[in-house]
Design a protein around this ligand. Sequence first.
Ligand code: PRP
Ligand code: MG
Length: 212
Amino acid sequence: MKKIRIAIQKSGRLNEDSLQILKDCGISIDNGKDQLKASSRNFPLEVFYLRNGDIPQYLRDGVVDIAIIGENVLIEKGEDISIAEKLGFSKCKVSLAVPKSVKYKSVADFEGKRIATSYPNTVKNYLDSKGVKADLHIINGSVEIAPNIGLADAICDIVSSGSTLFKNNLKEVEVMLTSEAVLAVSPQISQERTVLLEDLRFRIQSVLRARQ
Ligand code: PRP
Ligand code: MG
């Protein structure tokens, strides 16, 4: 029998909660954290541990069938990929922030400003919709340091507890979107594996009901 292939985040905030929901679904995974691939003993499922930002492309290519991923990553890189379930954990915002000392009035203040971000499409779409043009600097991590080192006037990144903004003397001024973990599905999933997906969805729905 074919196994359904699921991508989950290799390391980071989603990793633990993703493995936990599979566990709560009664799916045990032989977890070698150093291995990039693992199998379940009691469900026809293979887990691939991948970098968040790579997951939309893996889904698109049909290299994996499903994934647990932040909705924010799909909005940024995978608008063509469908969502089967919202999973209710890893809630966060994607926001614009400026140094605390800046007197911020409105989104028009971003006109001509340099914004450091790992979410260029999200920022561009948001500012376009407001008729604002800014200069985007794409960086992949530690975005909040950019204003302090003179690389940018503002940042756009994920805000969860808000502590990274606080520690870097920044304040959130625009919330562009809210996000949570979702179960995403490859447009290439086969009929045979769709049957497994339906079984998994059924289990996830009962787990989520019990968590309420
Ligand atoms: C993430 C994100 C924010 C921070 C938000 O960074 O990029 O910087 O968490 O969480 P908070 O509001 O609870 O502080 P992460 O720590 O994953 O590191 P990275 O940006 O270097 O990947
Ligand atoms: Mg960060």
